[in-house]
Design a protein around this ligand. Structure first.
Ligand code: G4P
Length: 548
């Protein structure tokens, strides 16, 4: 967006920003996602963060976009009508001279593949935990993904205005279940109706809690020294418990260590109440003060530094029909180095073709905005009609591919049966395009012409069925295929691989990139096949665009 054009940068096409100017812009950037189990408070926190950043004026803007969690049918209707995920996009705002990119992730677990890919595009994550529930299933899965890249995690323990679990117990659970050390930065004083606020362990001050949604951050009362003693006289039991507990955690030696945080080994923990906008500012400060600016990225040939002058970026998400008035697809590209300027020409690594990048957009709540320039860490939305796929790399000219954008082996399989056999071509086209978007994975069995559709969650099928009908005019019914899981197979010995293919033709399929996938009907079948063919490798993940 033009509002942060730095000096030393010229906005016209083809000009190169000075190294110092790029370095300065990179230093200001923070790119993160919020991860949580549904209902822990992700949407609420997103909204409060945007309020702080001045990105929205009114509470309720983000919430309004959120699909009804409790009315799955309503939600599905919206999702179906507008493509996979209404609620998932990218928001940029400035806070304390930092440019913050917040990448939203779909809350529903059936779209977890989409979430995994979003996590490859961030440099940090905020984990929201419901203080009453502790660590929940979806959080465990998401944290596993963060761990693959050692993503630094900031923890927000939410809903302290309710009767919740003992904070020590919740911390213990995070440490034992998620295998990450906790360093409490704030500690709650009471909870529920007796919630008085939090004690800031590093600043030795108390932030007083007063319930009320509309409260701005400067209204939070901060107590120091004798004022804290006075509070201790007012609510001796809560203050004493807080002192005992902080002594206990302090004794366990869990003080905040920036280095360990950056390695993803320790998480600073904040307590608060998102809905009351309490404790949110501290999370934002942690992002600004501690979270890393855009990190170097590994490629197949070398490590790309964010401050390099040459432009590089990769597509981590494709979204169709963001807006019913614009029936196009938007590829979300994470800039990894250099500077994007409107109208610049880049090389599309997969096809080797030159592409002109014009009219990239960014998103704010419901609206899209034109983006004139972008640096490492920023996400730009590129309109396209199918040229860009997930995992695609755009560069100033260099031939390189970023690593680590995974496909996961599907756990659910269906066959699309056409109601009108004349529509086979459209079905093929629709499935190919939806596969490229990452909405589902499409496999072509070696011995059967009916494509197999793989997904991680059932809702993916329902959305694809709906989109085939509305966008491609294809009326197809999805029938469950009796397949337990898929494994991509490779073998350095081509002769041996050919033998394997010959012997297992009925269970093999090609994926969209032409790789062999073994489709096991049961877990036992997979195990026995693996035992029978020890020289063949079976992979549960593969990288986008990768020819194994
Ligand atoms: P999610 O995106 O992680 O799914 O969660 P979301 O923010 O939508 O929050 C889930 C529910 O928890 C919402 O209530 C929300 O108002 C509530 N909530 C969030 N933060 C807090 C908090 O700090 N304290 C309390 N007491 N509640 C909180 P809901 O009734 O499901 O929805 P709504 O009617 O409030 O919209």
């Amino acid at each position: 967006m033009s509002n942060f054009a730095g000096d030393g940068l010229t906005g016209t096409q083809g000009t190169v920003a000075s190294d110092a100017a790029i370095a300065r812009e990179v230093r200001r950037r923070r790119t993160f996602a919020i991860i949580s189990h549904p209902d822990a408070g992700k949407t609420t926190l997103t909204e409060k963060l945007l309020l702080f950043g001045g990105a929205i004026q009114m509470a309720g803007t983000v919430k309004a976009r959120k699909s009804g969690r409790h009315a799955t049918s309503d939600w599905l209707e919206i999702e179906k009508q507008r493509g996979i995920s209404v609620a998932s996009s990218v928001m940029q705002f400035t806070y304390d001279d930092c440019v913050i990119n917040l990448l939203d992730t779909p809350g529903h677990q059936d779209f977890s593949e989409d979430t995994y890919r979003v996590l490859t595009a961030v440099d940090a994550a905020v984990m929201v935990v419901d203080a009453a529930k502790g660590v929940e299933e979806q959080t465990i899965k998401l944290l596993e993904v963060c761990r693959l890249r050692n993503t630094p995690i900031i923890t927000f323990i939410n809903k302290m205005d309710r009767e919740v679990r003992d904070p020590l117990e919740v911390l213990d659970e995070i440490e034992s279940v998620l295998k990450i050390k906790c360093a409490p930065v704030t500690w709650p004083i009471g909870m529920g109706k007796r919630f008085q606020g939090v004690y800031h362990l590093l600043n030795d001050e108390v932030m007083r809690f007063t319930p009320g949604e509309a409260k701005a951050d400067q209204e939070v009362e901060v107590l120091q020294g004798s004022q804290i003693d006075q509070l201790a006289r007012q609510c001796p039991s809560e203050m004493q418990t807080m002192r005992d507990e902080t002594e206990l955690v302090g004794g366990a030696g869990a003080s905040f260590d920036l280095h360990e945080f950056l390695l993803g080994q320790q998480t600073p923990v904040f307590f608060g109440s998102g809905i009351n906008n309490f404790g949110v500012r501290e999370v934002l400060r942690a992002l600004v003060d501690w979270a890393p600016s855009p990190l170097p990225r590994e490629t197949d040939v070398r490590v790309v530094q964010p401050t390099e002058a040459a432009f590089t970026g990769f597509v981590f998400k494709i979204q169709a029909n963001m807006d019913p008035n614009h029936r196009d697809r938007i590829a979300f590209l994470r800039v990894c180095s250099g500077r994007y300027s409107s109208g610049m020409k880049v090389k599309h690594r997969r096809t080797g073709k030159e592409m002109k990048l014009a009219n990239a957009v960014t998103f704010m709540a419901n609206e899209r905005m034109r983006m004139d320039e972008a640096y490492a860490g920023d996400i730009i939305g590129v309109h396209n009609h199918g040229q860009l796929q997930i995992g695609d790399v755009l560069t100033g000219g260099e031939a390189l591919t970023f690593k680590g954008i995974p496909y996961f082996a599907p756990e659910l399989f269906s066959r699309a049966r056409l109601r009108d056999p004349m529509k086979a071509k459209q079905l093929q086209k629709g499935l190919r395009q939806l596969g490229e978007e990452g909405a589902v994975q499409v496999f072509e069995p070696l011995l059967d012409s009916t494509p197999l559709i793989g997904a991680v969650g059932q809702l993916q099928f329902e959305v694809v069925e709906h989109r085939l009908k509305s966008e491609y005019g294809v009326d197809a019914v999805f029938e469950r295929a009796g397949i337990h899981t898929a494994r991509w197979v490779t073998c350095p010995d081509t002769m041996h691989l050919n033998e394997f293919v010959k012997a297992n033709q009925s269970r093999l399929a090609h994926d969209a990139d032409g790789n062999y996938a073994y489709l096991a009907d049961t877990g036992v079948n997979l195990r026995l096949t693996m035992e029978r063919w020890p020289k063949v490798q079976f992979h549960a993940t593969r990288e986008h665009g990768q020819r194994l």
